[in-house]
Design a protein around this ligand. Sequence first.
Ligand SMILES: [Zn+2]
Ligand SMILES: [Zn+2]
Length: 126
Amino acid sequence: MNIVKVERFQTCNFCQKPAHYDAPMRGRSTWAYFCDDCYAERGSHNTGTKFVLMTDDEVAHSKCGDEVYDAKLEDQFMASVDIEELMEESLFGDSCGVEVADGCMVEPDGKCCHGYSSPLLLAGLI
Ligand SMILES: [Zn+2]
Ligand SMILES: [Zn+2]
């Protein structure tokens, strides 16, 4: 995942919470700052690009494997993914992987180091 170091967090474009992501909006080419909740609701999950904003401290603690797998996050993510579109994209698109719940990119039948599986795998398509 792409990590951007920030001095302090931007404000989410949709509410007043601190933004943790800089990413495209779902269905648009416009980018916005999102907090976690607004990203789940409005962020584009199918384009591979998103930047995760972190303060220095967080970057230091974000080593692979430190994040804890959260089944609820994975459920939420699955609910927001358009599986058919994703399937098509991974078969015919030029993206080299699919995004999992925490923003990592994995092989279409893979799992990231934090324990989140590819949506295609979860949906039983692979
Ligand atoms: Zn928000
Ligand atoms: Zn991960």
